[in-house]
Design a protein around this ligand. Structure first.
Ligand code: PEP
Ligand code: MG
Length: 600
């Protein structure tokens, strides 16, 4: 047994399993390193005499400057291989000077005559409550960015030292209550084997960075920092979201074998990730990527993505006091189109609503934001914002193979109105003599049950469908996609979900249009036989899932998958469908991908 796996002599192994959220795949075995943070929540309120207010404002400004300097230092010292990830730190730099954050805190000091720490806490509480009401989990989790940035300023105000991951000198598994993007970016692969956090979810920046750095991570463990001590031996299974504390011999051996298998497998699939996903009987499935940032395009190409099936365009509207200009959007979309050309880039129009994070977007609070003014509903009510984005996409289309996709369609009128807006945008560009590509493909996301039922009518109006299972499952099974209490009921292989997908595919095929899937369901190899059996034209997923999915597609045949699907559609429960997958493919899949049958 290696040193890292030596347990304390004489004590029985605890072998405690902790379940969290699978943040980034991979297995790591090693010693824990507990990062302890100052509890910055405990801030005292002091009244400041009017004659000292100016000095208090100055103290706050000084702390912000120092925080900027600290971030600049981290950005400067980031090793070359981490450079792709400094955009989050750039966003944090901007957030420090954000109107709501900076002017808001100064306003509190001046109006309420309070100390800078308390004024900052008031601002953070306000901003947090705004972010928390956002319908999209991605945006909700951006509240943590505000907390990370304010912690930096608070540490300066309180005179405490910011934690420094780069001080760690052994190869460890970091265990932290939460990790800021600044801290995650400082991680050095040769020192950090994996990390665990009490907080955070799949769409937190920490998770996003971990996946791009390919460091195994388990997030949202709740109270791991109270259960794990520095030097404890732990196993991290980032794919299953599992942590085993103080494992026994048998568990250790099992995971060491799985780790070896996984590493061999990853090396093998990466070598073949650029080959097409062609089944044994010659059907070519396009395996594309979902991205949210321009910077991820490199990872798409590295992992053999056949295109971009979903570009979530919300990020450019974040962390800024004003809306992005047409030029800002155009520059970004053009870069993605150019780098990916001749491969397809599917740009989804803004999927946002019910929030106030950009000045000028003052919307009412909503009781049920997931059912509220989001996505296309928001765009149609904000024609100027919509037109700016459509013009930018049409202009960028001149530089590659760009398609446009409309989210959250629930009735055909929305597609008709979106088409009208697209025609108007093209007309205005033409009038102004600005070059653009007019006849680009337009698609509808199918993620609301009413769109499933109307698929035959919708199919006459668009060039392609893309099934967004993340929302489709949420809306059809009545399961909040971010509520961990009902997470066990969120089942992609639920017979009702399968029937809906089949219904959409049938409608698309009858109308002769392309049908894709871009929900997370597409990235899990367990679901591949069913999706292949449906003969979807393309599926898109997180870039790192691409090599494994492509590899498994190459082992299957379309003909057999169709027969398999027929059987699967007869099964009455999710458990029956999963059992069928395991009985049929279990013996052959593990040789190709050492995954455990997923908890759907
Ligand atoms: C979906 O709903 O499946 C989807 C891909 O969109 P998002 O996750 O951005 O809502
Ligand atoms: Mg969606």
């Amino acid at each position: 047994m290696s040193n890292t796996t030596a347990r304390r002599e004489g004590k029985p192994a605890l072998n405690v399993t902790l379940q969290g959220i699978a943040g980034s795949p991979g297995i790591a075995i090693g010693k824990a390193y507990l990062m302890e943070h100052e509890v910055v929540d405990v801030v005292e309120k002091r009244f400041v005499a009017p004659k000292h207010i100016r000095a208090e404002v100055k103290r706050f400004k000084g702390a912000v400057k120092k925080a900027q300097k600290h971030l600049k230092g981290i950005i400067r010292d980031v090793p070359k291989e981490f450079r792709d990830h400094t955009y989050i730190l750039d966003a944090h730099m901007m957030l420090l000077k954000d109107k709501m954050f900076y002017d808001g805190t100064i306003g509190h000091i001046e109006r309420e005559n309070v100390n800078a720490e308390w004024a900052l806490k008031m601002t953070v509480d306000e901003v947090k409550s705004i972010f928390k009401k956002m319908p999209d989990p991605y945006f909700r989790e951006r509240a943590t960015d505000v907390v990370h940035v304010s912690n930096l300023v608070l540490e300066n105000l309180l005179g405490t030292e910011p934690s420094n991951i780069s001080d760690i000198d052994k190869r460890v598994i970091i265990v932290a209550h939460d990790l800021s993007p600044a801290e995650t970016t400082q991680m050095q692969l040769e020192k950090v084997k994996a990390f665990l956090t009490d907080l955070g979810g799949k769409t937190s920046h920490t998770g996003i960075i971990a996946r791009s750095l390919e460091i195994p991570a388990v997030l949202g463990l709740g109270n791991a920092t109270q259960q794990i001590k520095t030097d404890d031996l732990i196993i991290v299974d980032g794919s299953a979201g599992v942590v085993i504390l103080d494992p026994d011999e048998e568990t250790l051996t099992r995971y060491e074998e799985r780790k070896d298998l996984l590493e061999q497998y990853q090396a093998m699939i990466t070598r073949s990730s650029h080959l097409p996903a062609e089944t044994t009987d010659g059907f070519q499935l396009s395996v594309a990527a979902n991205i949210g940032l321009l910077e991820e395009v490199v990872s798409v190409i590295d992992h053999g993505g056949d295109g971009i099936g979903l570009y979530r365009t919300e990020f450019l509207y974040l962390n800024r006091p004003t809306l992005p200009s047409e030029q800002d959007l155009f520059d970004n979309y053009r870069d993605v189109a150019e780098i990916m050309a001749p491969r397809t880039v599917t740009i989804r129009t803004l999927d946002i609503g019910g929030d106030k994070f950009v000045s000028g977007l003052e919307l009412a609070e909503e009781m049920n934001p997931a059912l509220g003014l989001r996505a296309i509903r928001f765009s149609l009510q904000s024609p100027e914002i919509f037109e700016t984005q459509l013009r930018a996409i049409l202009r960028a289309a001149n530089f590659g193979n760009v398609r446009i996709m409309i989210p959250m369609i629930s009735q055909v009128d929305e597609i008709l109105e979106a088409k009208q807006a697209l025609n108007q945008a093209a007309e205005s560009l033409k009038k102004a003599g600005i070059p653009f590509k007019g006849n680009i493909k337009l698609g509808a996301m199918i993620e609301v049950p009413s769109a499933v039922m109307m698929a035959d009518i919708l199919a006459k109006e668009v060039d392609f469908f893309s099934i967004g299972t993340n929302d489709l499952i949420q809306y059809s099974l009545a399961i909040d996609r971010v509520n961990k209490h009902v997470a066990h009921l969120y089942q992609p292989l639920h017979p009702a979900v399968l029937r809906m997908i089949q219904h959409v595919v049938d409608a698309a095929k009858r109308a002769g249009i392309e049908v894709n899937m871009c929900g997370e369901m597409a990235g899990d190899p367990l679901n591949l036989p069913v999706l292949l059996g449906m003969e979807l034209d393309a599926i898109s997923m997180n870039p790192i899932s691409i090599p494994a999915v492509k590899r498994i597609a190459r082992m299957l045949s379309l003909k057999e998958s169709k027969l398999f699907l027929e059987e699967a559609l007869k099964r009455p429960t999710t458990e029956d469908v999963i059992k069928l997958v395991q009985d049929t493919y279990g013996p052959s899949f593990p040789k190709a991908a050492p995954f455990e049958p997923n908890q759907v």
